[in-house]
Design a protein around this ligand. Sequence first.
Ligand code: NAD
Ligand code: MG
Length: 384
Amino acid sequence: MTVLGATGSIGESTLDLVGRDPDAYEVIALTGCKNATRLAELAIKHRAKLAVVADPDCYADLQEALVGSGIAAASGEKALLEAASRPADWIMAAIVGAAGLKPTLRAVKQGTATALANKECLVSAGALFMDEVARHDTTLLPVDSEHSAALQAMTGTPPESIDRVCLTASGGPFRTWDLQQMADAEPAQALKHPNWSMGAKVTIDSATLMNKGLELLEAHHLFALAPKKLDVLVHPQSIVHCLVYMRDGAVLAQMSCPDMRTPIAYSLAWPNRMNVPDMRLDLAKVGTLTFESPDPEKFPALRLAKEVLAAGGSAGTVLNAANEVAVEAFLDNRLGFLAIAGLVETTLAGSPDLIALSPQTVGEILEIDEEARRRARVSLPRIA
Ligand code: NAD
Ligand code: MG
């Protein structure tokens, strides 16, 4: 097995599970972006064959940290693609953002069973990505908790029997804040997620509810579900991850602790189940499960994502690129919290030419991504 994004939140959780039964797995390659020290520690602990840092400036540190270990070190985009192409039975795609697109597609084209955490791949390049999955007969296993839950709840049911798939959202740290408070929200406040411990980008996406918007696009591509069959419900306890409404009135809900190790374990052992004793859910302790509709005024990102879902074309590529620029600017204190969705909306509104394009290759998608980023950066000072 290989882990792309090994030093991140999903990567670390994956390796935590792998480390519980080290003889069951052979680790081929681990990759990170800049944190050479942590990557080397993980590579040594899990006896990886190859460690790759994406940032060439971190290569010397990685080499030094691996001296005498017998583990090969490499850096840069080519090395990242090489790591993704090394023969393996299973790969975890856990790079954050569109940066994960090319390496993940490499693994897909190799026919390696792909556990997909990197939802931006499907938001930005869903049609092409799913075509490649089909062409190479690659097993694609969703890792996002809602999509793992959807797969578990839908398995065995013919598509025509499914009326609706509803993804749950915690509502994030600002669920009970008013708009004025949200306008002044600082990065540190947005980074305090009530239930989940995750990387910075997905945590901010959870605070704007853009994460749920991205997940609607993700579910649309993964399960070939029409937009009208997809829905979102706010569920602050994050115990129910997805609800599948059947046409006979039955509703199947998948539940687990709000910890990514359960969906990751499912993707590792699929179609079997791994024994993860510390993930047992104590419902008496949870006590109450509540559900509410998302507030469209406080969370316009969800509306934008639904519009993008309806628009099709390259709208997802533009949405994703603008959102990545906006989240980075917010984390850098260059953009207010509510302006994140504002910048995404402005970029979408200013890009009908890009949205109308039908890219045939990953290179063409990345050109649209780059141009959308450029437009978002141009609009940023005005929106800020
Ligand atoms: P993270 O920021 O903790 O980790 C990201 C990983 O990608 C790190 O290893 C980092 O070094 C690497 N990386 C970053 N930029 C890179 C680049 N340009 N080139 C190569 N590598 C790069 O993020 P995370 O929370 O682990 O999330 C990873 C993906 O999984 C995201 O797409 C996220 O939306 C998705 N996801 C995460 C969670 C969660 O609980 N953390 C849940 C569902 C889905
Ligand atoms: Mg999710």
